[in-house]
Write a protein that binds this ligand. Structure first.
Ligand code: FAD
Length: 307
């Protein structure tokens, strides 16, 4: 049988690190699903789990509630996302302080999208932080936290060119960012080229690939269009005709994501951030394929205390 990426278990098992991203649930049913997911993925010992953040008081409260519950009921390390949207500097500083008082030591600092919708021109809130770099500075002024920021292998749609985009990443690093997590992408060459560009610009923090398992291809294609991520035609072809075949769709999605991750491992990547969409199965399967096992080497023997 020929050797393929799938017939080899990477010899990096035990050295790989993963982190998982969740979004705060809006309903009781979504909350139950999130906690099933957290319970299933916790034994894989992620370096941290992050919780996204939205504009508007109720969304912010949901993020805070979710982070608080992770701290209270699990042994996981949460990272709180924060944005600059619709908030003054004082408001943002206060929210940072509230997370710190809860016991949060990790943040993901973002500018955010306009509350009118992705794609509209971003206007900084009067008296607010203007971008991710300024927010990193605000967090760093409050303490010695682990601060992740965004990075865009295909450049952010608002960046006129890669030089501007990389310059923004450099400003974030200069202000104290310790890690970048990328927007999702499907072409590993784009990621590799971006990392090379960043290194040439003197950026040496880890640039961790953000991996999005494709739970629903048409939704992903739609979303990718809005955030400037390219969907290659080969990917569309793999999911073609599977709209009403959820089980086959999931099998294909698992193979596609595993192939991407295994190729990145061959390129030397050893740290992955998974956009879980609050679902465990695909992420669990990919982690299993790369040798990350519950209670295994590097595995977490800690379990959520309750779920
Ligand atoms: P920034 O990096 O601050 O800016 C984006 C681009 O705008 C820059 O690259 C630059 O080209 C341009 N720009 C901004 N300011 C300037 C300036 N002063 N001068 C010149 N150019 C400038 N969104 C949420 O709402 N909540 C979340 O929890 C969330 N989590 C995310 C996690 C990750 C890992 C990623 C990759 C994205 C996330 N997003 C989230 C989406 C993010 O908010 C959007 O992509 C948003 O459009 C940009 O935010 P940013 O922090 O990347 O912006």
């Amino acid at each position: 049988m020929p050797q393929t990426r799938f017939s080899r278990r990477p010899d990096t098992a035990g050295k790989l690190r993963v982190s998982f991203e969740f979004f705060p649930p809006k309903t009781d049913a979504m909350e139950a699903r999130l906690w099933e997911t957290v319970t299933r993925l916790a034994p894989l010992a992620p370096s941290f789990v992050s919780v996204t953040y939205g504009a508007g008081g109720s969304t912010r409260e949901r993020t805070a509630r979710t982070v608080k519950r992770i701290l209270a009921e699990t042994a996981l390390t949460p990272a709180a996302h924060m944005t600059c949207v619709d908030a003054t500097r004082e408001d943002v500083d206060q929210v940072i302080g509230e997370f710190v008082a809860m016991g949060v030591k990790r943040f993901v600092a973002l500018r955010g999208d306009p509350s009118s919708g992705v794609g509209d021109a971003y206007q900084p809130f009067p008296g607010g932080y203007a971008n991710g770099a300024e927010l990193v500075g605000a967090m760093r002024r409050q303490g010695d936290y682990d601060i992740s920021v965004s990075a865009y292998p295909e450049k952010h749609p608002e960046s006129p060119d890669f030089a501007t985009d990389i310059d923004m990443l450099k400003r974030k690093v200069d202000n104290g960012a310790t890690r970048a997590i990328t927007q999702f992408f499907f072409d590993n060459d784009l990621y590799e080229r971006y990392v090379e560009r960043a290194r040439r610009a003197g950026i040496y923090i880890p640039i961790v690939p953000g991996i999005l398992p494709v739970h629903n291809f048409s939704q992903v294609a739609n979303f990718a269009g809005r955030c400037g991520a390219h969907v290659p035609s080969w990917l569309a072809e793999r999911f073609e005709g599977l709209e009403n075949e959820p089980q086959i769709h999931a099998l294909v999605a698992s193979a596609v994501a595993a192939e991407q991750v295994l190729d990145l491992i061959e390129r030397g990547v050893d740290d992955f951030h998974f956009y879980t969409m609050n679902r465990a199965d695909l992420v669990f399967a990919i982690c299993h394929m790369i040798g990350i096992r519950a209670g295994g080497e590097g595995g977490d023997r800690r379990q959520p205390a309750a779920a």
